[in-house]
Design a protein around this ligand. Structure first.
Ligand SMILES: [Zn+2]
Ligand SMILES: [Zn+2]
Length: 321
């Protein structure tokens, strides 16, 4: 089953449209409430604070073929669960809410004092109490996992083993932009290493932001897929890497036979993407990027596999007693 915020559903119940596995409907980014407090800055605001607006935008996405949206936020990103419930109830689009922690800079201070097992206990408990359907986005702020980030990845892997919920991650890949030190190309593989070491199975893991690694030969993406995990092209339309390069990478992955490992989403969090502001809206993964794939010769049925079937397989789990 797939655990949406309002009810558990059989995967067949979401077959009518695309399932976007990593968007944001409620978030403060990049400044969170806690970070602002620490820096003595004013409390941050974000367009998603306007829940009525997000209901409207989500309803539009439903009309454009989206059946379900996974929200990639959690408390340390100021994700508001009550807001997500309202959006799900009033937009007609199913919403999956997530648990976990984002990255070192957003961790609450107590993370440093806890063991991976203690954190895992809490993740399992919170997921149950709050009816969460995934762990994500679980990230790292730089190219290497810090000791606490490694601990959180271990904790999430352990929580997955106990609760069954799928995991999606965040990588710090910077596309064609140079940073010092550079983000190692293998960062995606190191995340998978830690999650697997904690007992998580690759078929329940989506390695995120692989579409922000400038890797025309899709060397890293192929290694992620070969190990059985999902490859997240989950920042489509965000120009960290041009979408044209992403399309070429996807064509290569399809040619290599990895259609069942691909997941698409747009990491929605920028105001100019809103319909209200003349942007493409929450369905941009279909209406903008999906169209580019079709124009590049990808078959409609292949796109359907990637947008509708793969994410349902990723999200589905057998609840533990
Ligand atoms: Zn991210
Ligand atoms: Zn995100």
């Amino acid at each position: 089953m797939i655990r949406t915020l309002l009810k558990d559903l059989a995967p067949t119940a979401l077959a009518s449209g695309a399932v976007l596995f990593h968007e944001h409907l409620s978030i403060h980014y990049p400044l969170t409430n806690a970070l602002a407090l620490k820096q003595g800055a004013a409390q941050p605001t974000h367009f998603s604070d306007d829940v009525n607006l997000m209901i409207e935008e989500t309803r539009s996405a439903g009309k454009e073929g989206v059946s379900c949206i996974v929200d990639g936020g959690h408390p340390d990103m100021d994700r508001n669960l009550a807001a997500l419930k309202r959006i799900a109830a009033e937009s007609g689009v199913h919403i999956v809410a997530s648990g976990g922690y984002y990255m070192e800079r957003t961790y609450p201070p107590e993370i440093a004092m806890k063991s991976a097992d203690q954190i895992a206990d809490e993740l399992v408990r919170d997921a149950k109490v709050e009816h969460l359907g995934a762990y994500g986005e679980i990230g790292q702020q730089g190219g290497e996992l810090t000791p606490d980030e490694r601990k959180v990845f271990m904790a999430v892997g352990k929580a997955h083993v106990r609760a069954g919920l799928p995991i999606f991650t965040h990588n710090a890949y910077t596309g064609t932009r140079m940073v010092n030190p550079p983000v190692p190309r293998e960062a995606a593989l190191r995340q998978l290493d830690v999650l697997e070491a904690a007992g998580a199975k690759p078929q329940h893991i989506a390695i995120g932001h692989v579409c922000c690694l400038d890797d025309p030969a899709v060397d890293i993406a192929r290694q992620v897929a070969r190990r059985g995990a999902f490859v997240g092209f989950d920042r489509v339309t965000i120009q960290i890497l041009p979408d044209s390069k992403r399309v070429a990478m996807i064509l290569s992955l399809l040619e290599a036979g990895y259609v069942e490992n691909l997941l698409l989403s747009s990491d929605f969090s920028i105001a100019r993407s809103l319909k209200k502001n003349g942007g493409a809206g929450l369905a941009q993964t279909i209406t903008v990027f999906g169209k580019m794939l079709l124009d590049a010769g990808v078959k409609q049925e292949t796109l359907h596999t990637i947008l509708v079937d793969n994410p349902r397989r990723f999200l589905a789990f057998v609840p533990r007693p």
